[in-house]
Design a protein around this ligand. Structure first.
Ligand SMILES: NC(=O)C[C@H](N)C(=O)O
Length: 332
């Protein structure tokens, strides 16, 4: 018999309607009581880690989830985390860096409608997640939602209301689940996997979204305050004239290992490549990193993981940021 640990953290799945709006209220046992009967023989133990709308998720919650899994890792065959959908992709990415090479599945799920409502996606999402987490071929961190299995490093919430809330960005779905049956499109080899747990993240990372004509007035303050600056640029990536000089001055002022600039794109699909246009190529004389085809969620949490290392060198930062972890990037 397979043993699954279901961890709960709040979110819509555990919410009830109140005069003030939906509030996460159900505890983990109450949530589990809604799980439809399974054909498989699976023992599920459950534990509430905290109960919040995932809007309020912070990096400390990611560390807490990772620690709870590490503490129970050898007592269970798989883990299911019930989580709010709004920041689930961030949590899935963060867990992909905090728990690497896990031969056991770590599945995040949630719902667009509370589990107590008559029309809800919660029961099927929970059932699919448990079945997927109990399957011998599953491993690593994934989101299971609306019948799709998405790598934690590739997930993005792309719909606010529909049940099909998540997309897999620049990577195919790993599997789909129909009527409780898993159809795998990509098989993962877990034979040589040994889990590695990490215990810290550097929260001093800022995401700056560019808009046409953006002013450079906040840039010196951002560089002073943060260790990692992610520039969400346009198209394939470039730094516009209005902020160019100030960005370059600040890159010169701080050593690259102290303040790290990452260029990414606002375009959801296909990623960045600063080698193409002059607005990107001119950056070449500076040390910076490129997100390439990584999601923003993966870029942010990977940078937090990389910058958690004390006395880091540029080589350490570059090697680890560019290293492919849980298929988070395909391009250089
Ligand atoms: N569907 C949801 O779970 C949304 C909710 N606001 C949350 O992220 O906690």
């Amino acid at each position: 018999m397979k043993k699954i640990l279901m961890l709960t953290t709040g979110g819509t799945i555990a919410s009830v309607s109140t005069p003030y709006g939906l509030i996460p209220t159900l505890n983990s046992e109450e949530l589990l009581s809604y799980l439809p009967k399974l054909e498989e023989d699976i023992q599920i133990n459950t534990r509430e880690l905290y109960s919040i709308d995932s809007t309020n998720t912070c990096p400390k919650h990611w560390l807490l989830i990772a620690k709870a899994i590490e503490d129970e890792y050898y007592n269970y065959d798989g883990f299911v985390i019930c989580h709010g959908t709004d920041t689930m992709a961030y949590t899935a990415s963060a867990l992909s860096y905090l728990i690497q090479d896990s031969p056991k599945p770590i599945v995040l799920t949630g719902a667009q409608k509370p589990i107590g409502m008559e029309i809800t996606d919660a029961k099927s999402n929970l059932r699919d997640s448990i079945i997927y987490a109990a399957d011998d071929s599953s491993c690593g961190v994934q989101i299971v939602f609306s019948g799709k299995v998405i790598l934690g490093t590739r997930a993005k919430k792309t719909r606010t209301f529909s049940f099909e809330a998540f997309s897999s960005i620049n990577y195919p779905f790993l599997a789909e689940i129909y009527d409780g049956k898993i159809i795998r499109y990509i098989s993962q080899n877990k034979n040589d996997m040994k889990p590695v747990f990490y215990h810290s993240l550097n929260e001093n990372v800022y995401v700056m979204k560019l808009i046409p004509g953006i002013s450079d007035s906040l840039i010196p303050t951002i560089f002073e305050k943060y260790d990692g600056i992610i520039l969400e640029s346009f198209g394939t990536g470039g730094v516009p004239d209005s902020i160019q000089e100030t960005i370059f001055k600040n890159l010169d002022k701080y050593e690259a290992k102290d303040k790290v600039l990452v260029i990414t794109t606002q375009v959801q699909n296909e990623g960045s490549d600063t080698d193409i246009y002059e607005v990107g190529v001119k950056l070449k004389k500076y040390k910076y990193l490129e997100a390439a085809d990584m999601t923003l969620e993966a870029t942010l949490t990977k940078l937090m993981w990389v910058l958690a290392k004390e006395n880091r060198t540029w080589a350490y930062i570059e090697d680890n940021f560019k290293k492919i972890i849980s298929f988070d990037r395909v391009r250089g």
